[in-house]
Design a protein around this ligand. Structure first.
Ligand code: ZN
Length: 501
């Protein structure tokens, strides 16, 4: 079987090269490409997507898998080779259902839609993006139709990001979370709001950059294996296991924005960088689901980066960088400011307590769009109504509402947002498991040391890459299925102390 395995790996490497070259084009489009490059870039991305798709769905791969499968089944669940055959089979079966012509149409549309959003967002011009979004919804439905037999039209899209999950399971999960989180949001809203004026004193970009570079390096992000650039929407992307990039956006009038989004994206990057190097060029490299990925970004951003212990160590350093702004501000005031709970307009900047409410709104709206229960034309109104009823905030314009981020204007509609909430739930569960084995972690964080935590995560989660499914990962790491209790406990104890409730 060695010859067949070698041939399969060679084919997978070519597919991976095309995918990662496409990632370079996508990264460039969002960072450095001049506006008028959009049309050519759309065509180039579509060409790469088509070539990758042809290679992914080549019947030769199916024949190799057929020959290798009986052999791989004899190797046992722990074997990397068996996992490679299993995961490649899963992806092969998924991709062969999707026609190449569709992949090209979708890639071209995504590039055009992204350009339209980037152009229209500053002027809050929803009418300009509406036809693109209508087409994205149509394309998303069309994608689902390649997988007949689904329970909900969103299921095939959800499965793409979070394998094995369905709209019905997520509705149930969100319902249970809502029951626990809404009373907490209400109890906090009844308290005097925390004062976060110390975050809005004017913080030059250079200082912010120097600070978070130092922190993400301490987390374990290696600048010889990655880069940080600026983009309108923060994201992480991988070109190779030794080249993982992330982006931030600066706001000199709000200290938290770039710093916490850097911690967040660094968490994604650490996951990618931590893959077993032997998985390079195969579908086993990288994270195993969007929920698992978000569990890592949210862990570094919040559980670590917004903890009192972390700032016990790092606040004096931040004060040294910004003495005029923070020199006289006590640690406790700063800690309360960065953990202020306040219903707001923007998901990526939401506090930990209200964050999931943003996700639930978008999840429900996506399902309604896909089901045809909501027309794109009526989306801004539906969006604004939900922000008023769920979060109690008035949306002043579409730029800060329905056009606030690139999701929905790049790629499919549906199947993207659940990952953020799954990530919140899972990060607490993983962290609880880490502390049970390595109780010294919080004391180390308070000294600015992250090696034990990073090492544990790398060993238990990152190195496995996509070898396991997310539900297998949770089972292996925590000894049971996904549970919301550790997350609810985390929120209640942290915010109970902060807000005396
Ligand atoms: Zn993320």
């Amino acid at each position: 079987m060695e010859k067949e395995l070698r041939e399969l790996k060679a084919r997978l490497l070519e597919i991976d090269d095309l995918g990662e070259a496409g990632a370079v084009l996508g990264w460039d489009q969002q960072t450095y490409m001049p506006k008028k490059g959009a049309a050519a870039r759309g065509r180039q991305s579509a060409t790469l997507s088509r070539l990758a798709h042809e290679k992914r769905t080549d019947p030769g791969i199916g024949r190799l898998l057929d020959r290798l499968q009986p052999w791989a089944e004899g190797l046992g669940l722990d074997s990397d080779e068996a996992a490679l055959i299993r995961v490649t089979r899963r992806e092969f079966e998924r991709w062969t259902r999707v026609p190449a012509e569709f992949v090209v149409r979708q890639a071209e549309h995504s590039a055009r839609s992204f350009a339209a959003w980037a152009d229209a967002r500053p002027r809050s011009d929803f009418a300009a993006v509406r036809p693109f979004l209508e087409k994205s919804v149509d394309l998303s439905r069309e994608y689902s139709e390649f997988f007949p037999g689904y329970d909900h039209v969103a299921d095939p899209l959800i499965d793409l990001a979070d394998y094995g999950l369905k709209a019905s399971t997520l509705r149930d999960l969100f319902g249970r979370l809502r029951e626990q989180q809404v009373p907490l949001v209400r109890a906090i809203a009844a308290q005097p709001p925390a004062d976060d004026s110390c975050l809005h004193l004017g913080f030059p970009r250079e200082g912010q950059e120097a600070f978070f570079h130092e922190v993400v390096r301490a987390f374990g992000f290696d600048l010889e294996r990655g880069r940080v650039d600026v983009a309108a929407h923060p994201f992480t992307t991988r070109f190779a296991l030794d080249d993982v990039r992330f982006t931030v956006r600066y706001d000199e009038s709000h200290l938290g924005k770039a710093i916490f989004s850097a911690f967040h994206e660094a968490g994604h990057a650490l996951y990618e960088l931590g893959s077993n190097p032997a998985y390079e060029g195969t579908p086993l490299a990288g994270g195993c689901s969007s929920g698992a990925h978000e569990s890592q970004s949210r862990l570094w951003e919040n559980v670590v980066g917004r903890s009192r212990g972390f700032w016990t160590h790092y606040y004096p350093k931040l004060q040294t960088i910004f003495p005029a702004q923070l020199g006289e501000v006590p640690l406790d005031t700063f800690y309360r400011a960065i953990n202020r709970v306040k219903p707001s307009l923007t998901r990526v900047e939401a506090d930990e307590v209200t964050y999931n409410l943003h996700v639930m709104i978008r999840f429900d709206l996506e399902l309604a769009l896909l089901q045809g229960a909501l027309a794109v034309r009526d989306l801004p109104e539906a969006w604004n109504a939900r922000y008023a009823s769920d979060l109690g905030v008035a949306v002043p314009n579409d730029r800060e509402g329905v056009m606030q981020d690139v999701h929905w204007y790049y790629g499919t509609v549906g199947g993207l947002f659940q990952g953020y909430t799954l990530g919140n739930v899972l990060n607490a569960q993983f962290y609880e498991a880490a502390l049970a084995e390595r109780p010294e972690i919080p004391a180390e964080i308070a000294q600015g040391k992250f090696g034990t935590l990073h090492g544990w995560l790398k060993d238990k989660i990152y190195s496995l890459g996509n070898k396991v499914t997310a539900s297998e990962l949770v089972q292996q790491v925590t000894g049971g299925p996904m549970r919301i209790e550790p997350y609810i406990h985390y929120l209640r104890s942290k915010y109970g102390e902060l807000y005396q409730i």
